[in-house]
Design a protein around this ligand. Structure first.
Ligand code: ADP
Ligand code: MG
Length: 255
């Protein structure tokens, strides 16, 4: 799906600083983009605007050249169902089994009956689908475990698998690697990027693993204090630009 924001600003009200300030970007239908920048720079806010989860205070979101917030609710839901937003700290239901948690990524496109049935006993084909995704993320052994028994890094991979299960045209994934060790982070970002490419999905992924972002994603958008500092092909992003982007926040860069 074609996605764009035009001059979007977001303020959270009160004395909060402006979270996004006149941000404009356009994303092609199958484009893959990394969103980087220090904490508080507006990455999560931008992802929530793109995910039709937050109305901009000013400016416009455009999905397929339409402003979803101007549409009747049925049409709005139709557009929303083309997007999967994976929030920064996904609150997975603790008692749920991993297989069910991953399958819930599919629920918006399935019937209520399917949703209820899969909570009780997932169909064999769906279990296979989840097993395949978990295997890629080195998590196959967790298929039948309940979420509450998993480590932070394992939960994060369940959230990644859930995004991969979603039958959508655009994935918006907020810091999916923050709890992962460098080797697992590289594996998981590679898997996510390849999966999206195979399914011709657009992908916007925020992260602090700068080297991985440069290696795995073709376009990088750098945000700082709610503004776009650069929006460039990964190969054009210099060390100096990264240094300036993270000035005063160097410790936040992850390897
Ligand atoms: P990032 O994801 O890059 O860390 P955020 O989008 O979370 O940045 O935050 C951008 C700015 O908006 C920060 O100054 C942050 O403190 C502020 N902010 C984020 N969420 C809220 C909120 N719910 N209420 C008030 N201010 C918020
Ligand atoms: Mg954030």
């Amino acid at each position: 799906m074609k996605l764009a924001v035009r001059d979007v600003s977001v303020t959270y009200g009160g004395t909060a600083p402006v979270a996004l300030s006149q941000v404009s970007i356009s994303l092609g239908e199958q484009e893959q983009v990394a969103l980087i920048g220090p904490s508080g720079s507006g990455k999560s806010t931008l992802l929530s605007v793109l995910g039709v989860a937050r109305i901009p205070s000013a400016g416009q979101l455009l999905l397929e050249d339409q402003d979803p917030w101007q549409l009747a609710s049925a049409k709005l839901q139709g557009l929303r169902s083309q997007l999967h937003l994976c929030p920064q700290s996904t609150a997975l239901p603790a008692r749920q089994r991993v297989v069910v948690s991953v399958l819930s990524g599919l629920l918006p496109k399935r019937s209520l009956l399917f949703a209820l049935r899969s909570l009780l006993s997932p169909a064999r084909a769906d279990v296979q689908l989840v097993r395949g995704l978990l295997t890629k993320l080195d998590m196959e052994q967790c298929l039948w475990r309940s979420v509450e028994t998993l480590s932070g890094g394992q939960r994060q991979r369940v959230a990644i698998a859930r995004a991969m299960a979603a039958d959508v045209s655009t994935l918006l994934v907020d810091e999916p690697l923050s709890a992962l060790d460098p080797t697992t982070a590289e594996l998981c970002l590679g898997v996510l990027v390849e999966h999206a490419m195979e399914r011709q999905q657009a992908l916007v992924c925020s992260l602090h693993q700068i080297e991985l972002a440069r290696k795995c994603l073709k376009r990088i958008i750098g945000l700082r204090a709610g503004k776009i500092m650069f929006d460039l092909p990964a190969t054009s992003v210099s060390d100096k630009m990264i240094e300036e982007l993270y000035r005063g926040h160097e410790a936040e860069i992850q390897t």
